[in-house]
Structure formats: C-alpha cells, structure tokens
Design a protein around this ligand. Structure first.
Ligand code: M6R
Length: 598
C-alpha cells in the first residue's frame, strides 16, 4: 500500500522518480505527489488522481533538481484529496516527508505539537512525522529522524529530506523499503520492481532501521544509533518481466503466462524424489495451520485438501487477520504455513510472529524473493512465478497450489510413504493443459459478452473445487464491481437458492471429480428455477453440457490438481467482463496490490 520513491544522483530526479513511481502505481493510486530539492529549497507538486493525470495537470516531470521523494497513495487516514496527498511539509516548509504505514499514536502527538504551536494542513497521520522531525531538528536530519521515531508507535516506510542537506533519510518499520545502488545514483523504493531500470543491486532495510542515502553511498543505523552492516543483494527479476509485452493489461498477460509460471514453480523439484529444501523435520509435525488473505487464503483451502489427502496430517485454515487476534491455540509440534504472493501482507506477517512466539515452526509459500515474510519465516518455498503486477492475483494462485502439492508430496516422502508416479507425471502435464484452456479465450469472451451487464453472479463448486468457486467470485467482484458470491454447491439449497431467477448467472465448477454426480443434481435444481448456467466441465462430458446454457471445456486431470485448470476460465471470464465494462482492470477502485496495513 502506498508507493514510495526516493532519488539522489546526477540525473533529473523528477523524471527518474516519476518513471519509477509509475511502476509502483499498483500499490495505491488515489493521489500522488513529488518533492524536489533545488537551489530554491523544496518544491512540492501533488494532487488527487492517478500519476499520469496529475503530471499532465502539474507538469511534475519538468521540475528541476537532483534529489526527490515521491509517493502514490492508498488512503488510510483522510480521504483522497490534494491536501492529504504526500509529500507533507513541516511548518517552515524545510522538511518534506513521504510515508507508508499507519502512525497509531498520531492524534496524541498532533495534540502535543499543536499546543507547541505547530499548525497542520492535512488530516493524515503522516503529517505528524514532518512536524515531529522539525521539533527535533538541530542541523542534522538523521539525528532528528532517530529522535522522532522514538516517539512514534505504528508502522512506517518513509523517506525524508531537508532543504539544507543533500541526502535522503529513509526508515522502515513494518512497511517495506529498499535502497537501490546505481551508478552514481541511489534510489529508495517500496519494492524492487521500481528500481530495476537503474540497478539490480539492492539493500533491504529491516524493521527499526534508518538509512542515510547520499549520491555516493549509504549508511544504516538502528533506532539506538548503532551502525549496521548491510548485505547488498542481487534482484533476480528482469526489466522485461515487468513490461506488458503487447497485452492490454498486466492481468491478461499474467493469466497467459501461467503455463510458464507453473513450469517455473515445479522446475527442478520433481525428480525420482521431490526436491524442495524445507528445513523442518516433518515427522515431528502433528498439525498444520495455514494462514493467509484473499486469493492466497483460497489456495490455502485447496492446500488443506491436498495435504490431508496426501500426507494425512490434519490441516486448519484461518484468515491471517482472524488468527492473529483470537488467541490461537498453536505451539510446539505445529507447523504454520503462511501463503503470500507479495510477502508483505501485514496480517499474514503478524500471524507468523504470533505463531513463532507460541513455539510453532513456520514455513512461507511466497512469490517475492527477499520480501519481509520470506525473511521472517523459518523456512520456505518460493513460487518463482515472476512479478505479478495486476492487482487481481492470477498466476500466483495457480503456482501456490502447485507449491502446496509439492510440499504435500515432500511430506509424504519424508514420512516414508510411497509417492504415486501418476501425480508426478500429471504435475508435469499441467502447464500444457493450462495452455489448452488459454487457447479457448474466444469462447470465454463470447460468454462474457452475454453477461457483462449482469448485476449478480453465483459461483458454485464442491470439495476441492469449492475454493475455486470462491476465487472465481473474488476475481469477478474485485475487477468488475459485479456482486458475486462463491458457495459450496450443496449449501445452495440452504439459502442462496432464493436468489435464483432468469437474471442470475450461476457458474458451476463441475468437472469429473469426486462430487460430480451431486453437482449435476445441483445444476438441475438451478435449471428448474430458470437460472442461467455457465459450466466448467471436463472435455467430452455431454451430461453437463445438456443441462447448462454455456459450457467451458477443460482438459481432464486428477482431482487434486483440478483447481489449477478449473480456475483459468474463471480468471478469463472475470477479465473479459471487466474489460467490456471499460474498467481499469489492473487498478481496480479501492484496492492495492500489497496490503501492508492492518
Ligand atoms: O500478497 P498476498 O498474497 O499476501 O495478498 C493477499 C491478498 O491481499 C490478495 O490475494 C488479494 O486478495 C488480491 N487482490 C486478490 O486478487
């Protein structure tokens, strides 16, 4: 949430900074702004809206200077308005700050500062940081920031500059921040994708660290003013991976990348044995709890089926936001698996910390290498799905299911049980099957044309495909703003059946798996009430076709792997519906790609 950029170097800070900020727009896009330091002092331009529109209006990229901080906002405190947009200034206009996170004790600090004569221009929690730093400033910005942060409770990823100092001071607690080391230039960013154009060398700040960044280098201290040596890491993603490559939207590109991202998730991990490096003695694990949010929570629900059936270990699934606040029963002998594409989701991170505190081992299933969660867990499995830029998660979901499958098979192997060769072979076939579905995009587009004006959708599935129904519904609602609900098909008759009439499209996931016969009966129940049925059915299945109004065929696969193929048509259906409605698919209203606040 919220994107932060800092630039100090020989180039034009505004032009470089804005190009980098555009790459972070998926983190928040309700307002944006820039502060440039030049001979006249600090100059600020900011407004509500998206970066391009603000730039057209305010000509931000014509600002001159070699040091800048920039921000794209996802509102928490105060609505998206010009005055709430970042950067924020102190009273004298000498200190500018951009901030991501939430300052929890901001109202008490603000009250105190107001009594001391500070006047505030916004409703944000972030502005107090500028005034607090002003209060402590005695000619050294780093010292003032260190003092100010002693007073602050909450989370921050922040970048600050002072009109008299050729440096940017950056600090992190709970909101990601990296320093990019370029050629005679340094960058600060909320995530690695923004700096790739300039450098692949990065330093990841840890919580409660403060960095001073100058054109020629950087230094890092902890909040107790002690110097810290930081390792310079190589970013593994390439610039090419974060480009649209001719696709209209990142989401569409990422849907179509799935055959490749799936291959990358399983590459080198399926030999005679499952080769994943999981530093946990699985024989000692008696129970698994999987925690995550949103789409990653749906893959967790699928993971429960896969692990229980493959390894016979009981699995519970919990929303990270619920787990962390309900005094969870977890401890020694338990394994907490945290699933996260971004590796930055605040609730998931907090759940991991809670589980660790109580003595559980932790394992992350993460896409972003070097992310906060990846560094917090005891051990992990990277997805290697490549950068996911579209706010709606697609390729990460299918890779998460494959990673969970590998983990389940690995656990079985470690427990001394045989692994059925069929599943290993089928795992290798899955990318090709995904491609076969993508080749049917025009059929799915035709269905989208029929339904893009609908106001409600119901998605129904059973067993391991119930979470696929949830995921299909989430995809549709988040990018098309159409109300959609996912339900276990058999539950329909306990309530939602009242919603069925000729205006209600009902999407069934009815591939030839365990509950096939039952779901065919559920389809009959909807048909009898006039509902419009769209079915995801196994290639060659005539029965499902004879009941449904619209059919999307998918290739046959094993039940455990069926969610990976069944979700793809639902991703495409949601995409085409949203696109036909003329919506900004990659930046749906109110959403941000990584949710770094509670
Ligand atoms: O990065 P994470 O996987 O931890 O993100 C979790 C959710 O915020 C995320 O899946 C969200 O629900 C997506 N917008 C779904 O498309």
């Amino acid at each position: 949430m919220c994107g932060i950029i800092g630039y100090i170097g020989r180039g034009n800070a505004a032009a470089v900074g804005l190009a980098a900020l555009k790459k972070l727009e998926y983190r928040g896009y309700d307002s944006a702004g820039i502060a440039v330091l030049n001979t006249r002092g600090i100059e600020i331009r900011k407004d509500k809206g998206k970066i391009d529109a603000i730039n057209r209006k305010l000509n931000m990229n014509s600002m001159q200077g070699n040091i800048a901080i920039l921000h794209t906002r996802w509102a928490t405190h105060g609505p998206p308005t010009k005055r709430n947009a970042h950067p924020h200034l102190d009273c004298r206009g000498e200190i500018a700050i951009v901030h991501n996170g939430i300052i929890e004790n901001y109202s008490s600090i603000k009250e105190l500062l107001e009594k001391e004569g500070h006047t505030f221009s916004s409703e944000t929690d972030s502005e107090v940081l500028a005034h607090l730093i002003e209060k402590f400033y005695r000619g050294n910005l780093e010292e003032a920031v260190l003092k100010a942060l002693q007073e602050v409770e909450g989370t921050y990823g922040m970048a600050v500059m002072h009109k008299n100092e050729n440096k940017i001071v950056a600090a992190r607690n709970g909101s990601p921040l990296i320093i990019g080391i370029g050629n005679n230039e340094m960058l600060i960013a909320s995530d690695a994708t923004a700096i790739l154009e300039h450098t692949k060398k990065a330093v990841y700040l840890n919580d409660k660290e403060v960095a001073v960044v100058k054109q020629g280098g950087f230094s890092v201290k902890n909040l107790s003013n002690e110097s810290i040596d930081k390792e310079v890491k190589e970013i593994t993603w390439s610039l090419e991976q974060i480009e649209k490559k001719g696709f209209k939207h990142f989401m569409l590109k990422e849907i179509f990348e799935q055959p490749e991202s799936m291959k990358n998730t399983i590459r080198g991990r399926i030999k005679d044995r499952i080769k994943i490096t999981v530093d946990i003695d699985m024989e000692k694990i008696k129970r698994i709890v999987i925690t995550s949010c949103g789409t990653s929570w749906h893959s967790a629900l699928i993971g429960k089926h896969i692990i229980e059936r493959t390894a016979g270990i009981p699995v519970e699934v919990d929303y990270a936001s619920e787990f962390r606040y309900r005094d969870p029963i977890i401890g020694e002998g338990d394994l907490l698996i945290a699933i996260s594409q971004s590796g930055e989701t605040a609730d998931t991170l907090a759940a991991i910390k809670e589980a660790k505190k109580r003595g559980a081992r932790t394992l992350g299933i993460i896409n972003v290498v070097g992310s906060t969660i990846a560094r917090e867990v005891d051990t992990g499995i990277y997805l290697h799905a490549g950068p996911e830029i579209g706010v709606a998660s697609t390729k990460a979901f299918t890779s998460q299911i494959l990673a969970l499958t590998l983990f389940a098979l690995y656990t079985r192997q470690e427990m001394g049980m045989q692994i059925n060769k069929n599943i290993l072979n089928e795992l290798k076939n899955i990318p090709e099957k995904a491609k076969m579905i993508l080749d049917k995009k025009d059929e799915i587009k035709t269905i989208a044309k029929e339904f893009f004006k609908s106001s409600n959708f119901l998605y129904l599935g059973r067993g391991i495909n119930f979470p696929v129904a949830l995921e299909g519904a989430l995809k549709l609602k988040e990018i098309s703003y159409i109300h959609a609900e996912g339900y276990p098909a058999a539950e329909m008759k306990h309530g939602p059946i009242a919603l069925i009439d000729e205006n209600m499209p009902v999407v069934f996931i009815a591939t030839k798996n365990g509950a096939y016969e039952k779901i065919i009966s559920n389809m009959q129940e909807v048909k009898a009430r006039g509902g419009k049925i769209i079915v995801v059915a196994t290639e060659g299945d005539e029965r499902a076709c004879s009941i449904a109004d619209y059919v999307i065929h998918v290739p046959e696969t094993m039940e455990l792997l069926s969610p990976v193929v069944n979700v793809i048509p639902l991703q495409l259906l949601a995409y085409y519906i949203a696109d036909m409605k003329g919506l900004d698919v990659d930046k749906p209203r109110n959403l941000a790609k990584s949710v770094t606040v509670e």
